[in-house]
Design a protein around this ligand. Structure first.
Ligand SMILES: NC(=O)c1ccc[n+]([C@@H]2O[C@H](COP(=O)([O-])OP(=O)(O)OC[C@H]3O[C@@H](n4cnc5c(N)ncnc54)[C@H](OP(=O)(O)O)[C@@H]3O)[C@@H](O)[C@H]2O)c1
Length: 261
């Protein structure tokens, strides 16, 4: 393209945006309109548990929240919030691609890779290899695929923050019991992904973190867990808030303490 044609094309694009007006980007993306001055957070697995509480708290704090669910039509609690709801199955490459496509051109300030599963293999003899593979697909490959697909959006965002919800059970150093095969490996690999991505994206000013929510009263954590979702999410939000690009590639607990790898 020569310079004159390029200049003409730029003018045409600028004119199209001017005619479309400031809210054109939000059109067609659900009934809850995005405000230009609000930071945007996208949360996976936001229909229940910790993802739902993240959505609740960030929305209450004035963020534009894109909460994803495998079945948005059944996500009553999420739909009841002042958030945008989108379909996403992190184990399905087509679903991830469709989400990225539907958000085309929109900046995302923060991605929270929260969706996860926990098969309870108590000993190596109890390992079910279908469950084992699925755990790696959802807990490890899912966040990698989602992050890659949404990277163009995150690059347009101001905060450039990627938070992977891990577990203390993914810490190699803290492993003192021989149980939970599959889940531990999936979170240890997620931790390594976080670190590797942090190094790659450091020159662009990204903050990539891996955060352990504590043991929390959700379907996954069970009723005996010692933290409520409110306590865990308040702690994780405060921890994320205090960290920036200088802290990229680090592993934290909800209580704001660094966790050994
Ligand atoms: N609760 C704890 O004590 C605890 C401790 C350490 C770490 N964590 C981590 O915290 C995160 C959230 O856990 P939670 O306690 O909120 O669990 P949860 O109550 O079981 O909720 C899990 C969420 O992940 C979603 N999900 C599962 N598979 C998915 C898939 N293929 N695609 C998209 N979404 C999917 C679920 O959606 P559906 O409703 O469609 O299944 C649900 O929204 C997980 O990564 C977990 O490993 C939790």
């Amino acid at each position: 393209m020569n310079r004159a044609i390029r200049f003409g094309a730029t003018l045409l694009i600028a004119a199209a945006f001017a005619l479309a007006g400031p809210t054109a980007q939000a059109d067609g993306h659900g009934s809850k309109e995005e405000k230009a001055d609000k930071p945007t957070v996208l949360i996976t697995g936001a229909n229940r548990g910790l993802g739902l509480e993240f959505a609740k708290q960030y929305a209450a704090d004035g963020w534009h929240v894109i909460g994803t669910a495998r079945k948005p039509e059944r996500a009553e609690d999420l739909n009841a919030l002042d958030v945008e709801v989108a379909q996403l199955d992190v184990a399905d490459a087509d679903s991830i691609a469709a989400l990225a496509q539907s958000l085309e051109g929109r900046p995302i300030d923060m991605l929270i890779n929260n969706a996860g599963i926990f098969p309870r293999a108590g000993s190596i003899d109890e390992v079910d290899f279908d469950d084992y593979m699925q755990t790696l697909v959802v807990n490890t490959v899912g966040p990698v695929r989602v992050t890659r697909a949404l990277l163009p959006h995150l690059r347009k965002g101001d905060k450039k923050t990627i938070v992977n919800i891990t577990s203390r059970l993914g810490s190699i150093e803290l492993t003192t019991s021989g149980v939970f095969y599959g889940y531990r490996e999936s979170k240890a690999a997620l931790n390594m992904f976080t670190k590797t991505l942090a190094v790659e994206l450091q020159p662009e000013g990204f903050t990539c973190l891996t955060v352990h929510p504590g043991w929390v009263q959700t379907d996954m954590g069970g009723a005996n867990a010692n933290l409520t979702p409110d306590e865990s999410i308040s702690g994780m939000r405060a921890t994320i808030e205090k960290l920036g690009p200088a802290d990229t590639g680090t592993y934290w607990s909800y209580a704001g303490e660094e966790v050994p790898w």
